[in-house]
Write a protein that binds this ligand. Structure first.
Ligand code: SAH
Ligand code: SF4
Ligand code: F3S
Length: 421
């Protein structure tokens, strides 16, 4: 049986894409392996969002190319995803060992027409799909927002929604294979629309699927996170109480230069609305420091917004200049050292807040979906509560897919340790 190895960088959309390619390959007899050296096909699924993400992918491609030239086992090297889109066949000039470059915008078509890429039509038996009890399902592709710093609209193209019927079929098929939680993906899921089905409408339809225990989604854009959506989340029991709402900056002046379409006050009002509807909610965010022209005062406003909101966790980044974005032409870039210092201070602040929120959970009871083993050797299982908190538990009779009531015994600051009740 041919073996395929995936190296996936970037966001959950890339993970979902890798899953769909893995399923198509499995139907043609491929099995996944977790060592590149053993693989007949290596897929490097790339991200372009920050320079560092591209550098890491390029380093990996260089390493795999050298390996291939030395007569390593793998016969095929494919590069897919957002950097493949941005750089295209130029990648092949730099790395002649690459057999195929497939950009993010061509990916779906490519998966449908996989046989031509593989050269032959394998008659294949459908091997097992990627396993797991929790899976990503893309419901939208692309993005029509033009945040000044962001490369995603360029590499993923304009926004389009997957028809509701197709999403339903995908989720039903996953449930039939034992999946009990899905995370619906889109750059801005709030603007999902298929005819008269909007995003809350899609959530209701999926909620009705028997055997599906939990539904999550990401990402919501603050400018159109509607009360209707939040009320739907609050009302439907299978909907996880977690809102990922990227703020990007606490300064209205910076937000406007970023073209985000909301003010800091507007963002805080949205947070209040969400917490009024769902008092137990976990709210998480993305933020960046050092956007062109970010003054010390602007940065202080970000710190102060973090202190006010108290996010459960946050993804925190230093601004990275991307070619062909509006921000690339903006003057007043922040000194790299200053940028790193701002980032470090923000991380310190948020780490403390996360630690406090987690400590306050000790003694509480949570409903935890067990997703897998932490490590096959220790007896610990990993899971997640109805929000975004990761929980580790030692339990004898559980397995992936079990939903357990657990009492929080302690916190490591980033993870909760649960015990059976
Ligand atoms: N669609 C999602 C975000 C996708 S990119 C949204 O709108 O929220 C994920 C995160 O990467 C962004 O939220 C942002 O915080 C960060 N990011 C995007 N472009 C960046 C850049 N040029 N430099 C640094 N961080 C960036
Ligand atoms: Fe990028 Fe903004 Fe679109 Fe998110 S909403 S993908 S940050 S352009
Ligand atoms: Fe995701 Fe990176 Fe592309 S964040 S959409 S993989 S540029």
């Amino acid at each position: 049986m041919p073996l395929v190895f995936f190296e996936t960088f970037g966001c959950q959309m890339n993970v979902a894409d890798a899953d769909s390619l893995a399923a198509a390959l499995a139907a043609r007899g491929f099995t996944k392996t977790d060592t590149a050296a053993a693989a007949d096909l290596v897929v490097v699924n790339t991200c372009s969002v920050r320079e560092r993400a591209e550098k890491r992918a390029l380093a990996r491609i260089a390493e795999l190319s050298a390996h291939k030239k030395r007569g390593g086992k793998h016969r095929l090297l494919w590069v897919t995803g957002c950097m493949a889109q941005r750089m295209g066949d130029a990648l092949k000039r730099d790395f002649p060992a690459i057999d195929l470059v497939v950009g993010a915008r061509d990916f779906e078509r490519f998966v449908l027409d996989l046989d031509s890429a593989l050269g032959t039509a394998h008659g294949g038996h459908a091997a097992a799909l990627a396993s797991g009890v929790s899976r990503f399902v893309a419901v939208m592709r692309g993005c029509d927002n033009h945040c000044a710093y962001c490369v995603v609209p360029q590499v993923r193209g304009p926004e389009s929604s997957v028809p509701a019927r197709a999403v339903e079929e995908t989720v039903r098929a996953l449930v039939d294979k034992g999946v009990c939680e899905v995370t619906l993906l889109g750059q801005n899921v709030n603007s999902y629309r298929d005819g008269d089905v909007d995003f809350p409408g899609l959530l209701r339809r999926l909620h009705a699927i028997d055997g599906l225990a939990r539904i999550r989604f990401t990402t919501s854009h603050p400018k159109d996170c509607s009360e209707g959506l939040v009320r739907t989340m609050a009302e439907l029991p299978k909907l996880c109480k977690h809102v990922h709402l990227p703020v990007q900056s606490g300064s209205t002046r910076v937000l406007s230069r970023m073209n985000r379409g909301y003010t800091a006050k507007g963002y805080l009002d949205t947070i209040d609305m969400i917490r009024t509807c769902m008092p137990q909610v976990d709210i998480t965010t993305d933020v960046m420091v050092g956007f062109p022209g970010e003054s010390v005062e602007d940065y202080q406003e970000t710190l102060s917004l973090f202190t006010t909101v108290r996010f459960t966790t946050a993804f925190m980044f230093a601004y990275s200049r991307r070619d062909n974005t509006a921000a690339a032409a903006m003057p007043d870039s922040v000194d790299p050292r200053e940028k790193q210092e701002r980032l470090a201070r923000l991380i310190t602040l948020q780490t403390a807040i996360t630690g406090e929120i987690y400590s306050a959970m000790v003694g509480r009871q949570l409903s935890v979906l067990i997703t897998g083993r932490q490590d096959p050797k220790d007896g610990l299982w990993m899971g997640q509560d109805m929000g975004c908190k990761k929980v580790l538990a030692a339990c004898k009779d559980c397995g992936a897919g079990t939903i357990l009531p657990l009492r929080v015994a302690r916190s490591t600051g980033k993870t909760l340790i649960g015990e059976g009740v």
